[in-house]
Design a protein around this ligand. Structure first.
Ligand code: GLU
Length: 316
């Protein structure tokens, strides 16, 4: 018998939760709960400038309101620096980490945008600095730390199928720790999903192109990788003549803080489940009811334009 899956919610508490985040948590929850699995909650609050504990607490209250419960955590990434440092040390011991002194302006001027996610493929400028050169530069500026990315990494996404990247060409050497000392998302997410026993990652398809980098880290750190299932993004209609864009914290009407005043938990979940192909009509449903009939094959592949009327309260 195969062990029940372990999924996770990994919010970045940088503002109130919005429908786009919730869509991912709902599918993550339904996918594992429909198979009797467990959920880990991890707050990705590495960046002290952009995240706050208060938003994290609010996200937990919103998840509880919706009946999306979890079994382990919350873990706060801000409290796990010792562990990330150990992982960094393990990569350094393999001779794969080097300091990078390039400024943001230099990076943007010199490097080609990454094909899939708008990141930059680093040119490798600082890769060949001698220890003496690095020491001299470190007197003027504190460096970021980069990982040498070589070889290929691929996987079969549970929803979008196979993806393989040539790490050198498609990703370039990537940052493990920023120059201000903050550990980078790629390192922390792979280190944590690996350490927390996560076996299934469900998240927006904007992160599809990050997955080979994370798989490379799993390999180097000797961690067992989870299965990855990426999901379509929720898009907001833009002004006339503009293409729809990804829902974000700017879409205040899509924030849970606003929606909770207008709809019940079951109404919100039922509408999202309808968009995810799980219900024929946007009718109210509890998370448990939805888990009973959950099917990945019904989730669309195309991004989903949020119909404006769906989350507009009646009479407005
Ligand atoms: N913390 C990320 C976010 O909220 C998600 C990262 C992930 O799922 O790997 O967008």
């Amino acid at each position: 018998m195969t062990a029940p899956p372990v999924g996770r919610f990994a919010p970045s508490p940088s503002g109130p939760m919005h429908l786009g985040n919730l869509f991912a948590y709902l599918l993550a929850w339904l996918s594992v709960r429909s198979r009797g699995g467990k959920i880990v909650l991890r707050m990705e609050n590495l960046d002290p400038q952009r995240t706050s504990r208060a938003y994290g607490e609010q996200i937990m209250r919103d998840l509880e309101f919706l009946g999306l419960d979890w079994d382990q955590g919350p873990y706060w990434q801000s409290e796990r620096s010792g562990y990330y440092q150990q992982c960094l040390d393990a990569l350094t011991a393999q001779g794969l980490v080097y300091p990078c002194f390039c400024s943001r302006a230099e990076l943007h001027a010199a490097n080609a945008p990454h094909a899939s996610d708008g990141d930059y493929v680093y040119s490798g400028k600082c890769r060949s600095l001698t220890p003496q050169e690095a020491q001299a530069l470190a007197k003027k500026r504190s460096p970021a730390l980069r990982l040498r990315a070589t070889g290929r990494a691929g996987f079969t996404d549970g929803h979008y199928g196979p993806l393989e990247q040539d790490l050198e060409r498609d990703c370039g050497d990537f940052i493990l720790r920023r120059s201000d000392g903050v550990f980078a998302y790629q390192l922390a997410v792979a280190a944590d999903d690996g350490a927390m026993g996560v076996t299934e990652v469900v998240r927006g398809r904007d992160l599809l192109g990050s997955t080979p980098r994370q798989l490379y880290l799993y390999r180097l750190l000797g961690l067992r990788p989870p299965a990855f299932v990426h999901i379509p993004l929720l898009l907001a209609g833009a002004g006339p003549g503009e293409p729809p864009r990804r829902l974000s914290k700017r879409d205040q009407d899509a924030g849970l803080d606003v929606l909770r005043g207008r709809f019940s938990a079951e109404e919100i979940l039922g509408r999202l489940a309808y968009l995810a192909g799980q219900l024929p009509k946007p009718e109210a449903a509890t998370a448990r009811e939805l888990a009973g009939a959950f099917q990945w094959s019904k989730v669309p592949l195309e991004d989903i334009l949020l119909p404006e009327e769906l989350f507009t309260p009646p009479g407005t």
